[in-house]
Design a protein. Structure first.
Ligand code: SME
Length: 165
């Protein structure tokens, strides 16, 4: 049983403790799917006001659904579609206040309004996956969320370096 102490009182504490938990749960494990599954579970359990949390993996120059928590979601995302495709094609984190104003947004869950997508790079600078967080609350994600999730994405660079296709 894993029992992490996560202080959810404020975002700084939340992301500090979440990083430590993600580091601990993936330590010494080289199976990318297992690591993504456990990290998705931690993000889902501790980050408030989400309706989806998980991963899309880069495969054959497109994104394919990875481990997640939330409602069943679209499986294939071309790189020129959606917030996830934008993050994967540009290599830049996407923090979208309202997805209804984002051209090409893919509505997997009609409840999603705000979205935060962070690319994960391998050691050679190639994108291997993205972390995707959805919220039903407009403007849900701010600079602290961007920083916290970027930090976790950087950690996972080393922890999902095995082939994930
Ligand atoms: N809305 C995303 C698709 C993935 S779901 O949110 C789980 C997008 O536009 O890329």
């Amino acid at each position: 049983m894993y029992n992490y102490k996560i202080d959810t009182a404020d975002k700084a504490s939340l992301y500090k403790d979440l990083y430590t938990a993600c580091e601990a749960i993936t330590m010494g494990e080289d199976d990318a799917i297992a690591n993504m599954a456990n990290v998705a579970a931690l993000l889902w359990q501790y980050i408030p006001d989400l309706n989806w949390a998980g991963f899309y993996r880069m495969k054959n120059n497109a994104l394919i659904l990875g481990p997640f928590q939330g409602k069943a979601a679209c499986i294939h995302i071309p790189l020129d579609r959606g917030v996830c495709g934008k993050a994967a094609s540009s290599g830049e984190i996407q923090c979208i206040k309202n997805v209804h104003e984002f051209e090409g947004h893919i509505a997997c869950d009609a409840e999603s309004v705000a979205e935060l997508v962070a690319p994960i790079f391998n050691g050679e600078g190639k994108i291997t996956a993205v972390i995707d967080l959805d919220s039903p609350i407009a403007n849900r994600f701010d600079d602290q969320d961007v920083e916290g999730i970027s930090h976790i994405a950087a950690l996972l660079s080393e922890r999902i370096s095995e082939s994930i296709s």
